[in-house]
Ligand binder design. Sequence first.
Ligand code: NOJ
Ligand code: CA
Length: 559
Amino acid sequence: MTTTVPDQALSQPTARGSEWWRSAVIYQIYPRSFADGNGDGIGDLPGITAHLDDLARLGVDAVWLSPFMTSPQKDAGYDVADYCDVDPLFGTLADFDEMLAAAHARGIRLIVDLVPNHSSDRHAWFREALAAAPGGAERARYLFRGGRGAHGELPPNNWQSVFGGPAWTRVTEPDGTPGQWYLHLFDASQPDFDWTNAEVRAEFRRILRFWLDRGVDGFRVDVAHGLMKKDGLPDYLPSAKDGSTGGDTGAVPYWGQPEVHDIYREWHDVLAAYDGDRALCAEAWMPSIAETALWVRPGEMNQAFNFGYLMSPWDAAALHDVIDESLHEYGAVGAPSTWVLSNHDVIRHASRLALTADSPQGEGIGPNSPGRPDPVLGLRRARAATTLMLALPGSAYLYQGEELGLPEAIDIPDAARQDPTWFRTNGERYGRDGCRVPLPWVANAPAYGFNITGASWLPQPIEWARLARDVESADPASTLNLYHRLLAERRDRGLGTGALAWVDGYGPDVVAFRNGNVTVAANLGDAPVPVPAGRVILASGPLHEGGIPVDTTVWVATD
Ligand code: NOJ
Ligand code: CA
C-alpha cells in the first residue's frame, strides 16, 4: 500500500490553536424527542439533565440543543416567539441554567440553536407589525410588500416556501381590507425578518449576549445563508431536483447573498468579547463546499455543517472526493471540516444509505414511498459510515438515536404526522417526522422509557424495543457499544486533531486513509478486501477470514 503525504492544507486547521470546536464530537439533542421528564409526551429540559450521565459515558464533547425557546411549535420550535425565554413545554430558564451547569460539571459544552432568519407570527414584533399601518417602522422589521395585479391580489413575486406553496401570505389590514403580503421562506407562521433593518441587527446582538451571559459555548445558526435577500426581490423558481433547499446555480436571490457575511462578522466580534472559545456554527445549505467555506473565513463563523458530506451517496469515489474537497476547502480558509450523517431534517442514515429510490432532502419517506430501504443493509452501512466518519480529522456531529442505530420511522400513520411540510404539500411530501420520533431508553417500559406515562408526541415503532438503550448497553456487539469504542479511541488517539493521508492500492471500492497511527479502510464494494497490516482495534461489523466484508469499516493500529 502507498501513502500519499498530506499537504499542509489538509493537516493544519484542525491542529491550529486549542479551540475545542476544531475537533469536538457534538451530539445533537432534539429536545422534544430526547427524554420527557413530566410525562406529557414531549421531551423537556429536566429530561435532558436526567440523562447527561449517559452522554458523558458515551464520550461526547458538546451538545447542540435544537430550539427550546418560547414558541407556538408550528415548526417544532424553529418558530420563536420569545428568543430569551424557555417554552413552558420544555421547562423554565431555571431548568436551563441547571441543565447547563450539569453539562459543564461533566465537561460537556453546550451550544444552542438560534433562529435569526424568521420569527414566529406570535412574536411581539410581528403582532405589532400586523396592528400597524403599512409603511411604518413596525412593518419594516419584516418583509411586507404590496401585491401584484390590479388590486394587489397576487404575491409580490413567485418565490416558493421551502415547505411547499407560496412564500407570501396576504394580511388583512387593521381596517378590515385585504392588504400587504409578507415573506416567509418557510411556514406562513414564520415571517422573515428584514436584515437590512438596524433594529433587527441590534436585537440579535442582544439575544446573543443574553445566552452568552448565561454561559453557553456557542450557537448553531439556523438558515445562516438566508438572512439577506437580493435587492428588489426578483422572481426565482428552483427546479424540482433541487429539493427543499432550492437552487444549485448559486444565483438564488434568497440564499447566500454576499451581504449576509457582514452579519456574521458582527457576531464574531460579539462572541470574541467573551472568555473561552465560544463558537458559531452555520446551517448553510449551499450548492458546493467551496461556497459553504465562505461562512468560516477568518473573522466570521467557526464551523459550517458539511451537508456535501451528508448527502454523499454510499460510493467510495464520491466519499473520497467529498472528504478531499472538504479538507482542502475548509483548510484553505483556516477552518476545520465538520462531518455529519444525520440530523432532524434528513432521513436517518441507517435508512438513507439503503434507499433504492431518489429522495430529495426534506421530502422524507413514508409507507407509500418508492425505494423502501432494507433495514439490515441500512444498519450495516450506517455502522460502516460512522466508523469511517469518526476517524476523520475535524469536528463530527451526531444526531440523537444514531448511536442506537435507529432507522427512520417510515410507517407513521398520516393522522399522527406533524411536519408543516406534510400539510403544506397536502401529503405529497412526508417531511421529517420519521427522524424525530422519541428515543427508546428501556425496552420493557412505557414509551420505551421516554417517560413514565407512555405518552409520545409521535408513535414509536414496535421494532424499537430491541434498539432500546438498556438492551444495547448489555450487548457488546451493539451499535451503542460500537459508538462508545469509536469515541474512546478517537479521543485517545487524537484523531480529531490529526491529519489525513490517503492510502492507495485497495481498488476503486475502498476508502482508505491514515490518521496518526490508525489506518482506516471502508469496503463499499461487493467482495471482501484485505485487512490493512497492523492490529485491528475496531470494526463496524464482524470480520471474516477473507478480509473486510462488504459494507464494513476497520481501524487498524500500527503502533
Ligand atoms: C432548518 C431547521 O433545521 C429546520 O428544522 C427548520 O424547519 C428550518 N431551518 C426553518 O427554521
Ligand atoms: Ca415533557
